[in-house]
Write a protein that binds this ligand. Structure first.
Ligand SMILES: *Cc1c(COP(=O)(O)O)cnc(C)c1O
Ligand SMILES: [Zn+2]
Length: 419
């Protein structure tokens, strides 16, 4: 049973039936799913949600599927951790980590959007699914397609981390890398979608796919005890997750499930920061850039939904910053040493930007702030290779260890993270 009524153009308001289309025929604006909120209000209570399994479908009235969802039975409902050691070190007492490094099955926030998109692809009767990806989407689509028994083609720019190539191929997907950057890949995929009629999760299924990102926000609000954080910092690549987290908070407020207000802040890698540039300039015009950063999963120079990121940030009174590659690496190390969470560079970006916003006084020491950690570092080992100390090799003799121990700055090292 679905509470979806139609698709609607975000720009001119024209309505469309529920089909695999994503742009308005009249104005080329993006299409968005419309729900019957009056009906949802009658059934979706805190108690109803709390009674359901710990996966993203616990918010199913606010997701665009008709069938009983079979995809993603363990996707979503990732931990929200009060990061006390990290918080103490950086002077933020209510610092929380929303930890999608452990999202099932492929360890990034993309398992949320893909669980919804693949469910929808099956409802539409597609037999082949595909995507244009910076890496994490590839692994999520490949894994979910395998479980759904669908054929799968993955398109990525050359130079993505090997963990993302191996992590897609292993599921039986055909992986194609393109000479060029993500924006080149995306352009090609739009043509392939038209010609071959496949379900591209982030192109022709985009209106459904993006709705899955709301579950990140729903969970934050529920896990904070049905409250909004004062601040949430969210990374931006193509601009899906940030506006959808803001939308999630607004939907919960409109449905009377939560109260209060929030500021949403945008984090980009400085080497791919077209949205931050526009934000800082005070313009709506996002000038495409050529990405150059170790944060490959968020290296999109021409973000499809960048405009809506700006809109959501400004409406909430939030801000945003870029983080350089060295700042990203420092933040990855800091999070790992203080909280035992190994994030990929997108997570390092988000934490680095959070620290900048705190430094600027935009986030106060006693305000609640959620740092969105969207992907796992085990898939991007290359990124941290340069900051990792190589292990020492010794013979299996106590005397050798004794001699080594003498030379190690042991006391200092053991408490370094706690300083
Ligand atoms: C895809 C991705 C994002 C955000 O991308 P959007 O297109 O802006 O939603 C953030 N972090 C990681 C790890 C990702 O893979
Ligand atoms: Zn339109």
């Amino acid at each position: 049973m679905s509470y979806v009524t139609s698709l609607k153009c975000r720009e001119c308001g024209q309505e469309y039936p529920i089909t695999p289309v994503h742009v308005c025929e009249t104005c080329f604006g993006p299409l968005e799913v419309v729900y019957d909120y009056e009906r949802i209000r009658k059934v979706l209570t805190r108690a109803a949600i709390e009674s359901r399994p710990h996966n993203l479908w616990r918010y199913r009235e606010l997701l665009p599927v008709d069938s009983e969802p079979e995809m993603g039975p363990f996707s979503g409902y990732t931990p929200l951790l009060h990061a006390r050691r990290l918080g103490a070190q950086v002077g933020l007492n209510k610092l929380y980590i929303k930890d999608d490094t452990v999202n099932h099955p492929t360890l990034s926030y993309k398992d949320r959007v893909v669980a919804v998109a693949i469910t929808k692809a099956r409802e539409f009767g597609f037999t082949t699914v595909s995507c244009a990806s910076t890496g994490n989407l590839a692994t999520a689509v490949a894994a979910h397609a395998a479980r759904a028994g669908l054929r799968c083609y993955i398109f990525m720019p050359e130079g993505v981390e090997s963990g993302k190539i191996v992590g897609s191929t292993i599921y039986g997907a055909k992986v194609i890398t393109i000479r060029g950057n993500y924006d080149d890949v995306n352009r090609l995929c739009s043509e392939i979608a038209d010609k071959y009629g496949w379900a591209f999760v982030n192109i022709n299924l985009r209106p459904y796919y993006t709705e899955g990102a709301k579950t990140f926000g729903f969970e934050v609000a529920e896990q904070l005890g049905w409250r909004l954080p004062d601040h949430i910092v969210v990374p931006t690549a193509g601009g899906t997750i940030l506006p959808k987290v803001a939308k999630a908070f607004k939907e919960f407020k409109d449905l009377g499930l939560i109260e209060g207000s929030f500021k949403i802040h945008c984090a980009q890698a400085a080497g791919s920061a077209p949205v931050i540039a526009a934000l800082h300039k005070g313009t709506d015009l996002i000038l495409p850039v050529k990405p150059n950063t170790i944060a490959k999963s968020i290296a999109i120079g021409n973000p499809a939904d960048g405009y809506y990121v700006l809109k959501a940030v400004r409406e909430s009174g939030g801000w945003g910053e870029g983080a350089s590659d060295p700042e990203i690496l420092d933040a990855i190390g800091l999070l790992a040493r203080t909280e035992g969470i190994f994030a990929e560079p997108a997570g390092g970006t988000t934490l680095a930007v959070t620290l900048k916003l705190a430094h600027q006084g935009r986030i106060k020491p006693d305000e609640t702030v959620v740092v969105s950690i969207t992907g796992n570092g085990y898939k991007t080992l290359e990124a941290v290779a340069g900051i990792i100390e190589q292990p020492v090799i010794i013979e299996a003799r106590l005397a050798e260890f004794d001699a080594l121990y003498e030379r190690l700055p042991n006391g200092k090292r053991a408490v370094a993270g706690a300083a």
